[in-house]
Ligand binder design. Structure first.
Ligand SMILES: *Cc1c(COP(=O)(O)O)cnc(C)c1O
Length: 397
């Protein structure tokens, strides 16, 4: 690399530090990364690293909706509040409200932009926002951007959340908001949503949930954790993405009419961005069609998740508190996680090492996620590979 100008030398120094700490990241081109088996430099590898949980990204109905020319053209041409609200957007929002059994729905460009727009619309200076320490980065960024006082509580610790809520009420905070992933993205465990909802009711707080890894995966018809627990009415705003189990792109929130009307008028990442293109909307509608017509995919995902998780546990791996199709294998140090990922690749399995800052220091891990499009044989093959590699690296006795 040629020497950069002095003003950019900090970048080189930072990258060198990352490299030394085994935290350097590189992009890899994987064009069939949504399929159960992928091709990496000519090798066929079992794909345990896609969030295409239901296999919908490559479902013929979904894929053909994504590729169908639309009368409405390539892009929406304006933000939703200007000329960017088409029939298609409204059709999809009506459909989503029905799917989530909520009064109304609102589309966002992505889960990331939904989270950084909605949270600052709900709380601001003088308020307090409380989040699980393992919440997704987009939720953390939303909390920070809000300029409300932002406190985290230990993972799923409802006693601490209660103290924080009580304190916020006593100190006369104008508004209180609690924020959580429902299925945690790197741990695959489930938030104690019933307890959380009860606390929010008791302390007159709003509740924001991120169902990115739950919608399509949990609950009746894949409607998510709130639906599974019958807590839809207790949630102020529920966010889901099209980008994971629904195999597309974009995101949506659901809530009461009042909440949605308020957010149309106040969420900056809704107001100041171009509406989703027609092809993206058509893809999402097709994914909902398939989900409705093939609800078995949800059960398939859950049963494969259980098969794989208990297989890893039987081998002696630490899968933390995973209870879903997302199964972490705790390793500890980043260097070992990288070595394990490389060794798994040698055995024909693609599972990426997840390192800080995505997860807390000292908790580097392999994150494996199952897809409904995997077979039991695929996962048995993966379990063999994990067993071999675990023994070789001294992680299993
Ligand atoms: C992936 C993810 C997001 C971001 O969604 P995108 O649509 O990919 O921007 C938000 N929250 C959680 C928990 C996620 O896993």
């Amino acid at each position: 690399m040629s020497s950069p100008p002095p003003s950019l030398q900090f970048m080189q120094r930072r990258l060198a530090v990352l490299e030394k700490r085994h935290l350097y990241r590189r992009l890899k081109t994987i064009s069939d990364g949504t399929k159960p088996w992928l091709d990496l430099s000519g090798r066929r590898l079992l794909n345990l690293s896609s969030n295409n949980y239901l296999g919908l990204a490559t479902h013929p109905v979904v894929a053909s909706a994504a590729a169908t020319p639309s009368e409405s053209g390539g892009g929406a041409g304006a933000s939703r509040l200007i000329t960017g609200t088409f029939d298609l957007h409204q059709q999809l929002e009506t459909r989503l409200a029905r799917f989530k059994q909520a009064e109304a729905a609102l589309l966002f460009t992505s889960g990331y932009t939904a989270n950084i727009g909605v949270i600052p619309a709900l709380v601001g200076p003088g308020d307090v926002v409380l989040g699980d320490e393992l919440n997704h980065a987009s939720l953390i960024d939303g909390c920070r951007l809000s300029r409300a006082e932002f406190l985290t509580y230990p993972h799923c610790n409802m006693a601490v959340l209660e103290e924080q809520l009580a304190q916020a009420q006593q100190s006369g905070r104008r508004r209180r908001l609690a924020v959580t992933d429902t299925v945690f993205s790197m741990d695959g465990d489930i938030a104690p949503l019933a307890e959380m909802a009860a606390l929010c009711r008791r302390y007159d707080a709003m509740l924001f949930i991120d169902e990115a890894h739950a919608t399509g995966c949990l609950g009746p018809g894949g409607r998510g954790l709130a639906a599974q627990l019958g807590l839809e009415e207790d949630v102020t705003v529920s966010m889901s993405t099209f980008s994971k189990a629904l195999g597309g792109f974009g995101a949506f929130i659901v809530g009461d009419n009042l909440v949605i009307e308020y957010l149309i008028n106040t969420a900056r990442s809704f107001i100041f961005t171009t509406a989703l293109p027609p092809a993206v909307i058509a893809t999402a509608l097709a994914a909902l069609d398939v989900l409705e017509q093939e609800p078995d995919r949800v059960e398939q995902l859950q049963s494969l998740g259980t098969f794989f998780r208990s297989g890893l546990q039987d081998l002696g791996f630490d899968t933390l508190t995973s209870a879903t199709h997302i199964v972490p294998v705790l390793v500890g140090e980043s260097e070992i996680a990288l070595a394990m990922a490389a060794a798994l690749q040698e055995e024909g399995v693609y599972a990426v090492a997840i390192r800080p800052p995505t997860v807390p220091l000292g908790t580097a891990r392999l994150r494996a996620s199952v897809m409904a499009s995997h077979t039991r044989d695929d996962l048995a093959f993966a379990l063999d590979a994990f067993a071999k590699v675990g023994r070789r690296l001294g992680l299993l006795t």
